[in-house]
Design a protein around this ligand. Structure first.
Ligand code: PEP
Ligand code: MN
Length: 339
């Protein structure tokens, strides 16, 4: 931490700041210039809030130098995290993994048809919500455990892995037999109790960015999961809320390279929720891979016009197939592959 004192700071004020830094466990290095004194705190106290220093009397400003997320930070594993699944699927390596399927599991017929189309595109994961976080309590809430069973069956029949959302702690245990990858939804990114419990499992997690979460908040939420010993975490950019109303959210493509720099965790992009309009999903998917995404999760429905949720942003099956073909051509330009 660096504390810059005000030009007029008294020796007493400087000493009070030094005392507080030492109390917290910092080694303090003092530099006194013609007008200003700078205090550099070296060391890693377990807990401190830089804001506490910003408001001390005589302080001009204080800056944190080390990151507050120790396990999620890139320096913890500079080579990057690779998450291994059955069937030899790895996320975080050269190959960009594709995950696709409907927003919600709606019926046996719908999820089996979806799985067939997803497998035909070359994707490795079948997505679909059995428990749905809907903005309105009157909207379709998902099929629950029945939906999970159908999804597992459809995925197995087509050689796919299952990614599906867990909404609350009480669901975790019952979901374990059906799930290869837990999705932690945008609305739950700061449900810290749920993050902790997911951290106690050893099932990989795709954690979505909250709609108004800063990159630092995203990394701190991931830190909760890692702190429990579950290191198989990926972070998903799924669009944030801005003042723009034309698109459902604003897909923050810039978060992808920034996160790749700050963390060793694989980065996933969700252009479906990112823009919310079907025709803009393919360009955002291509942009996300160009920006360094390790995987894409995209909604596709065999009959999107009749979908029970998120039909407007769900690709038609043939659109998904065409998009994956384009991704295969684009990926080598940035040193990646798409199966
Ligand atoms: C979803 O994937 O269908 C979903 C609800 O995602 P998010 O949490 O990003 O809104
Ligand atoms: Mn959805």
């Amino acid at each position: 931490m660096i504390v810059a004192m005000q030009d007029q700071a008294t020796e007493k004020q400087i000493q009070d700041v030094i005392e507080r830094m030492v109390e917290l466990g910092f080694n303090v290095h003092r530099t006194t210039g013609t007008n200003q004194t700078i205090l550099a705190g070296v060391g890693k106290p377990a807990h401190f809030d830089v804001v506490e220093f910003k408001v001390l009397v005589g302080v001009h400003d204080a800056y944190r130098i080390s990151s507050p997320y120790k396990l999620a930070g890139r320096s913890f594993r500079p080579e990057g995290t690779k998450i291994k699944f059955r069937n030899g699927v790895v996320i975080g390596d050269t190959e960009v993994a594709i995950m696709s399927g409907p927003c919600s599991v709606e019926s046996r017929e719908q999820i089996f048809e979806s799985a067939k189309q997803v497998a035909a595109s070359g994707a490795k994961f079948l997505r679909g919500g059995a428990y749905k976080p809907r903005s309105s309590p009157y909207s379709f809430q998902g099929m629950g455990v029945e939906g999970l069973k159908l999804m597992r069956e459809a995925a197995d029949e087509n050689g796919l892995l299952v990614v599906t959302e867990v909404m609350e702690i009480a669901q975790i245990e019952g979901m374990l037999p059906y799930v290869d990858l837990f999705q932690l939804g945008a609305r739950n990114m700061q449900n810290f109790n749920l993050l902790r419990e997911i951290g106690n499992t050893r099932t990989p997690v795709l954690m979505k960015r909250g709609i108004a979460a800063t990159i630092e908040e995203v990394l701190l939420s991931a830190e909760y999961i890692l702190a429990g010993g579950n290191y198989d975490v990926m972070i998903c950019e799924r669009g944030i809320r801005t003042y723009e109303t034309y698109t459902r959210n604003t897909m923050d493509i810039s978060a992808i390279p920034v996160l790749k720099k700050l963390t060793h965790l694989p980065i996933v992009a969700d252009p479906s929720h990112g823009v919310g309009i079907r025709e803009f999903v393919p360009p955002m998917a291509l942009a996300a891979v160009a920006a360094g995404a390790d995987a894409l999760i995209m909604e596709m429905h065999p009959n999107p016009d009749k979908a029970m949720s998120d039909g407007a942003q769900s690709l038609y099956p043939e659109q998904l197939i065409k998009l994956v073909e384009q991704l295969r051509k684009l990926a080598p330009v940035v040193g990646r592959t798409v199966a």
